[in-house]
Every structure is written in C-alpha cells, then in structure tokens.
Design a protein around this ligand. Structure first.
Ligand code: GDP
Length: 535
C-alpha cells in the first residue's frame, strides 16, 4: 500500500468515528439513555440488559473489590456501537453520586459531550463540574433534556436554566409537544415535522412513531385549544434558531443545541440520533503545549488518560487506557514513551465493550485501547510510533476533599511515601506536604470522597500500610503558577491561607473559607489561582 492511500485511509477511518462522553448528574437518566442509544443504534435488540448487567456486575466481573463490595462502578469503560457506517465510542463515566477525577479525565479523551438534564431539576452540581472540563477543552456539548414525560420546567424555562447556570447559549433543536402527562410528540425544527409517539411496554422496544406535518400534528394532538395555541406560538418563536445557530461557537462549546425527549419511553430519540452524528465532531487534532496540532496522518500517537489497577486480583496488574490521537495503532507495534524515550511493545491491546474485553488488532483516531501497563505508563503519558510528539492534555484538577494520613506502624514510613507516590502517579490521589506540618503526616486531596477509600484499600493490600486518617476541612484549593514566588509570599501572609506542594513540586494554596478565597483573589489576582492546571 502506498503511503498516500494509507494516509487517506486514516482520515477516512477518523471521519467515521464519534467519541463522546455523557455528562450528567446521577439519576438524570444516563444509564437509560445509553441503553436506548444502543437500542436505536442496533447494538441491542431489547433494552434492559445494561441495567441488568449493572446489577449483576457484582457477581460476574473481577473488578476491584471495592466495586464488588458496593456494587458500583469506580472506574469508567467504553461502549461501542455502529450505526449507518458511523462508529460511536461512548466513554462511560461512573454514575455513582460520588465523583472522581477519573470521571473528569475521561472527558479529556472525548471529542464531544452529551449533557443529559432532568427536566424537573435542570442543571445539577455534577453536570456543572463536568461541563467545566468541556469548557476548558472547548469541546462541543449537545444537550438532551430528559424525562419530558414527567412534570418539570417548561421548555423555555429549561433553556434559561442552562444558559444561566453554565453561561452558554442554548439553542432548541427539537421541541416537545405537550409537557408531562400530555407529552406526545417532538417537533423536528429542521424537517418541520412532528414525530408523534405511543408508549411501548417499559420502553423496551422502539416507540411507535408517526411523522406528521406541523398542522396535522396539532390537529391530531390531545392538547386543549389553549395549549395548542401556546405550542404554535413557541414553535414560531424558536423555529429558525437552530438553523441560525453559530456553528463556530458551537464547535468550541459556547452554544449548545438542545433536544427534548424521554429516554424511558423512547420519545425524541429518533430525532436526536438523526442529528447527533452530524453535530458530534469526528476525532479532532490534539495539540502539544506549544500549540502545534498533531496531524492525524503523522503516524500513531496517543496518551494515557486513565489507569485501572487490580482488575484481576490474582495478578497485581494495572490497565492503562489510551486514547488514539493520530495514525493507526496496531497490535505488536513498538512505541516510544515521550519524555524518556523508552520503547514498549504493545503486545496485548484490548478494547472494552462494556465489561467484555476483546483483543484488538488495530485502532484509529478516536478509539480507546486498553493495555496492561508495562510499568512505565503514567496518567498523561504520550506514546508515539514515529514523529516524536508530547501532549500535555490532562490537567491537574483541583482537589475538594482533604485528609491527613500517617502510618500506624512507624517502621513503614518509607512504604507510606512510596505507596502514596505511586498512587499519585497513577492519578488516584493528590499527595501534599502538610502545610507547616511536623512529623510524618502527609496531606491527601481528592475530587471525590470515595477516592480516599480506594487509597486506604490499596495502601493496605498492595503496600501493607495501615493508614491513620485525620479529617481536615479546607474550604477550597487553587493551583498556583510554578515560577511565582511573589504570589506565594503574598498568600502566605494570611492565617487562613496555606500554601503547600504536591509530590511533583506543583504549588497549591488551600483556603479556610470563602472569605479567605476572595481575599486571596484580591491580593494576587484570579488569573494566578487555577481551578485546572496543565501538569
Ligand atoms: P443515571 O443515574 O443517570 O444513570 O439514571 P438512570 O438511567 O438510572 O435513571 C434514573 C431513574 O430515572 C430510573 O428510575 C429511570 O427509570 C428513570 N428515568 C430515566 N429516564 C426517564 C424518562 O425519560 N422518564 C421517566 N419518567 N423516568 C426516567
């Protein structure tokens, strides 16, 4: 094969892919929607199996024992489905109310976000946090307002809710006909047709749909004359908004197209899927820290965005998840680790279809490959086949929960440091020196409380260190620039502000209160206090 055809083949393959992650707050309907996307994508014949698998995961899989004990997913995996020649990689994120950096990092490997919102609750806390990462990366976000079959905010109200909470423009791409009990159809603003639905039992099969012209649909609907009039008015108001949507602003996450529906009853999913593959971008070029975009044809490159230890408790193994950024990945390929030049043979790559591992022969930009960590991979490691490149894509997320730890056994101080260093390199936890600390304590910081339990469990089982924990309550933290002693000095002058460093010498400041934060912002400027920091 000549190089020219091989190259164009990579672009062709990339264009077929849509790699996205669902961002939502627990209970908004992520699992239900995922399942319905698979149902409509033809990957499932009857909905129900993902939920069933969620319930039986406990028995069937050999994931970390914390997951087993609690029956929840600590880590995220990938679901793949193919529809009309488009290969979708859905990066799953944990649905538990607890929240971890793993969830946030998953977004770094996605080219777009699908934001699922409960029509009654609007934008909730976890969605806001996930959205911030999309905003940081300037990736497009498509919104699905779910549970429209239940009483909730009116459509215009939910649009304002999104705009006010997230500071983006919300543009309706479909519109519900009737709300709550009376929800019966979805107006497709491009086709100018209404999809009228009938419920199927438990929504296990695709909804029975009739596609009508707007006037006929209004005529056929069970809405009262007042409701019909209101619906007509709304449609007039929103009718050309989607057509006029600023595509560039959408592409960088400043505008979100909004679809309405009910994942449970399969209302609005057909309309959504008709547009989703057009809206969701195919794999984009990742940039190096100096802003150079890696051409998709430039040979294989990828980065590790997630590590998962002990998937099999019999072997102390650790899987690394790689997002393919450019080129063609092949089984057996020799790659170089950017930064240290080490060569690694990619001998047992897998793709994860949910919990099922399948041996992988090749992969293209947008795909996710999992491989047993040869020991030299870290979160954020770049690997490449030829044409050296080093990405800097995984930001340091600000920890929100803190705990001081020491070892019960004074002879294990060395293991304590070593174990925690290892876990921090894997991205499980941030480890800091205790500000003005004495003795052998270290300060741990996490995004989700559950991360502490993972640390405690792994320190005990893998390093034989039993931790003594002391709760500490900081209001919040901000990363600091590495080369600004003047900023650090100004912050250190206050009693309610504490500066420390992580194990990689990245400075961070901890504030005791909201007031201390505002004072700090005033002293050194908001621009020197980072919520996210490139590592
Ligand atoms: P997740 O936590 O975001 O994964 O949410 P789930 O998909 O597990 O859904 C949470 C609950 O909301 C479940 O009881 C679902 O049956 C229900 N649910 C999901 N989608 C809809 C919907 O469109 N309408 C209604 N009425 N309930 C829904």
């Amino acid at each position: 094969m000549s190089t020219a055809t091989a190259e164009s083949n990579i672009i062709k393959e990339a264009k077929k892919r849509r790699t996205f992650a669902i961002i939502s707050h627990p209970d908004a309907g992520k699992t239900t929607l995922t399942e319905k996307l698979l149902l409509y994508g033809g990957a499932l014949h009857e909905a129900g199996s993902i939920r069933a698998r969620k319930a039986t995961r406990h028995a069937a899989s050999d994931w970390m024992s914390i997951e087993q004990e609690r029956g929840i997913s600590v880590t995220s995996s990938v679901l793949r489905f193919e529809k009309e020649g488009i290969k979708y990689n859905l990066l799953d994120t944990p649905g538990h109310k607890d929240f971890s950096e793993d969830t946030l990092r998953t977004l770094v490997a996605a080219d777009s976000g699908l934001m699922v919102i409960d029509v009654a609750k609007g934008v909730e806390e976890q969605t806001e946090k996930l959205f911030e990462v999309c905003k940081l990366r300037e990736v497009p976000v498509i919104t699905f307002v779910n549970k429209c079959d239940r009483p909730g905010m009116e459509p215009l109200e939910i649009l304002s809710n999104i705009e006010n909470k997230l500071g983006i423009e919300a543009v309706p791409a479909s519109w519900p006909m009737g709300y709550g009990q009376k929800f019966q159809g979805i107006y497709d603003v491009i086709e100018k047709k209404v999809h009228m639905y009938q419920k199927t039992e438990h929504g296990a099969k695709k909804a029975v749909t009739e596609v009508l012209d707007l006037e006929d649909a209004i005529e056929a609907s069970s809405m009262s004359s007042v409701e019909k009039e209101a619906f007509e008015e709304e449609v007039m108001l929103i009718d050309d908004m989607y057509e006029n949507m600023d595509r560039e602003a959408y592409a960088t996450g400043k505008v979100t197209p909004v679809f309405f529906g009910s994942a449970l009853h399969n209302f609005g999913l057909d309309v959504f899927l008709n547009y989703f593959h057009q809206l969701a971008p195919h794999p984009q070029q990742y940039k190096t820290p100096d802003g150079v975009a890696r051409d998709l044809n430039d040979g294989f490159s990828g980065f590790i965005f997630k590590m998962q230890a002990n998937m099999n408790p019999d072997h102390r193994d650790c899987a690394a998840f790689i997002r393919v950024a450019s080129g063609r990945f092949e089984r057996g390929q020799q790659v170089t680790i950017a930064g240290n030049g080490k060569k690694v043979k990619m001998s047992t790559p897998h793709t994860l279809m949910g919990d099922d591992r399948q041996l992988l022969e090749d992969a293209y930009p947008g795909d996710i490959v999992s491989i047993f960590n040869p020991g030299s991979f870290r979160i954020g490691t770049t690997i490449f086949e030829k044409n050296e490149v080093k990405f800097d894509v995984i930001p340091l997320f600000t920890p929100e929960h803190f705990q001081k730890v020491a070892t019960k056994d004074p002879f294990k101080r060395k293991q304590l440091r070593e174990g925690l260093k290892q876990l921090s390199e894997e991205g499980v936890v941030h480890v800091f020196e205790v500000p003005n600390g004495v003795g052998n304590e270290l300060l741990l910081g996490t995004v989700g409380v559950l991360q502490f339990e993972v640390v405690e469990h792994r320190m005990l089982t893998e390093y034989g260190v039993e931790l003594i924990k002391t709760p500490v309550s900081y209001h919040c933290a901000r990363w600091l620039p590495n080369d600004r002693d003047d900023v650090i000095e100004k912050l250190e002058a206050s009693y309610s502000t504490h500066v420390t460093k992580d194990m990689e010498e990245n400075p961070i400041v901890l504030f005791d209160s909201q007031y201390a934060l505002s004072q700090g912002e005033e002293k050194v400027g908001k621009e020197n206090l980072f919520k996210f920091k490139q590592g």
